[in-house]
Design a protein around this ligand. Sequence first.
Ligand code: TYD
Length: 136
Amino acid sequence: MLANVQELTFPTRGDERGRLIIQEGASDLVPFEIKRTFFIFDTTPGTVRGNHAHYKNRQVLICVSGACTIKCEMPDGTKCAHRLDWPNKGLLIEGMVWHTMEEFSKDAVLLVLASEHYDESDYIRGYSEFRRLCTK
Ligand code: TYD
């Protein structure tokens, strides 16, 4: 069975000019066609973003600059935290995972690759609603 949250390590290419990381949708590491990307930057210190789950949307998060922490809660209540602090680290978050993004460094740029177009009806924004759906 697929894990709800999975750490990914992207292969880094490099030569004397510097380093390069490539992600292609539906490759082994990004297991979906990428329909949308967005990035979070210039985050006010102390901010906690996210605080939601998706029904269907799958995402890969990569902190391409700086660092931030992603905290997740699975449908069975298991929790985990992942510090993203290097561009070759990714975090795959499946649907029905409650997640927050926090502890952003000043220079953090968090890139999100998403499997779905933006759709507000795909969001579960209430924590108690999320828990209720998980125990149904
Ligand atoms: P929001 O979901 O609150 O961000 P986060 O989960 O990171 O805290 O999104 C902020 C606003 O941007 C909200 O009005 C919805 C809008 N938005 C889009 O229009 N398209 C998108 O792809 C995303 C991620 C957000």
